[in-house]
Design a protein around this ligand. Structure first.
Ligand SMILES: [Zn+2]
Length: 393
């Protein structure tokens, strides 16, 4: 009797059709073997997530919520982007997951930098903040793009491994758009485009040689791999909402019978979903935009949000002053009219949350100078009159 041909115990393919590895009790074919390698990698990935070695998106957002008022959408998007980023870093799967670099669009004072600082603190990874306007193409006056990684390495206390898992936030990215936003598309700003091109490789992931050591004779080259560095680019992108609007409604102007209603006028940045197309139209090369797959939009802060920022976060301005006064044995209170006044004044400054502190800082210094002189004060209430300097301490 002729022996049965050996076959793969997984798919049944015979030794005549494929190479087989023979075990004690079973055989496996080439295809099934390579599929099982991938299956094991995926199982390890799942295990890694279950072992809970890093924060889940809702946990990241809950942490952000403790410090940052409003900006729900942006906080959610960033939480997921960061989560995916760390999944990608740890993944053993062969499926190559794209980097989740983020483009953060929001007006001045909407808290982009603060959001990034808070995020890096929560994740306990080094963060380098750089200004795109200081960057130049290699060979020009200014900082080369490599300086970004030098900064990150400093923030990582010289630990290359730590730096290679850090975050880089490039602020004012809109300033390196390659054309002006006032519709003069003929005036191409070549240097802006040059910086975009210089950033491409770094953002995507490459090995970059940087100099460490500050004195000339001690200089040493080290290689930083940017594959696992999360890049976030932020900017105000003034005028991008008009580009989005035009894209969504290209005929609106030419037809000419649509009169803008009040609700149209009130629409702001967030009412038109900003796409990658709009960012390209704004003046970015498609290759650059393609490396920032995630777009998060921040809203200008409302009065209510500014008031909340003053009072609610874990380290709010008011809580900080109260802590300082507590050390003098004084309970500090803020009258509602003082809070309203600070918010009103800050709104006028149009610099967002930063305006809050600048409104009261100087006056609070007067008070912090005077109050410790008086021994019998146990509680002190800040009112609008005091802040306006109409009433003495
Ligand atoms: Zn098989």
């Amino acid at each position: 009797m002729k022996a049965m041909p050996k076959c793969c115990s997984f798919c049944g393919i015979t030794e005549e059709e494929s190479l087989l590895i023979e075990g004690v009790k079973a055989c496996i074919c080439k295809d099934c073997a390579s599929l099982s390698v991938e299956a094991f990698a995926e199982m390890e990935d799942v295990q890694l997530l279950q072992n809970h070695t890093f924060l889940k998106p809702h946990e990241i957002k809950a942490e952000l919520d403790k410090y940052i008022i409003g900006q729900e959408e942006a906080k959610k998007i960033l939480s997921v982007a960061v989560y995916n980023h760390y999944k990608r870093i740890h993944s053993k799967s062969k499926v190559e997951i794209q980097k989740s670099n983020v483009l953060l669009i929001g007006p001045t004072g909407s808290g982009k930098t603060y959001l990034m600082q808070t995020l890096s603190k929560i994740l306990n990874v080094p963060l380098a903040i750089v200004d795109a306007t200081s960057l130049t193409e290699a060979g020009y006056v200014g900082e080369d793009v490599e300086s970004i990684l030098e900064k990150l390495l400093q923030k990582a206390d010289g630990d290359i491994k730590k730096a290679e898992r850090g975050i880089v936030y490039i602020d004012e990215i809109d300033k390196i758009a390659s054309k002006t936003t006032e519709g003069r598309k003929d005036t191409r700003d070549i240097s802006g485009q040059g910086v975009q091109e210089a950033l491409l490789k770094m953002i995507e992931g490459s090995e970059v040689a940087i100099d460490i050591g500050n004195s000339h004779w001690k200089k040493q080259k080290v290689i930083i791999n940017t594959k696992n560095i999360l890049f976030v680019c932020g900017g105000a992108f003034v005028g991008i909402q008009d580009i989005a609007k035009k894209r969504l409604d290209p005929n609106k102007k030419s037809i000419g019978f649509t009169v803008p209603s009040d609700s149209d006028v009130q629409k702001n940045q967030t009412d038109y979903e900003i796409t990658h197309e709009d960012v390209i139209e704004f003046g970015f090369i498609p290759e650059f935009v393609g490396r920032l797959p995630v777009i998060a939009v921040l809203n200008p802060l409302t009065k209510k949000e500014l008031a909340d920022i003053l009072v609610k976060p874990k380290n709010s301005i008011i809580k900080q002053y109260q802590a300082l006064f507590r050390m003098d044995g004084v309970r500090l209170k803020f009258h509602q009219n003082a809070i309203d006044f600070i918010v009103e004044e800050a709104m006028k400054k149009k610099i967002g949350a930063r305006g809050l502190k600048s409104v009261i800082e100087k006056r609070m210094y007067d008070i912090m100078f005077e109050l410790p002189k008086q021994k019998d004060i146990k509680t002190f209430t800040i009112t609008k009159e005091i802040l306006m300097n109409k009433s003495s301490v």
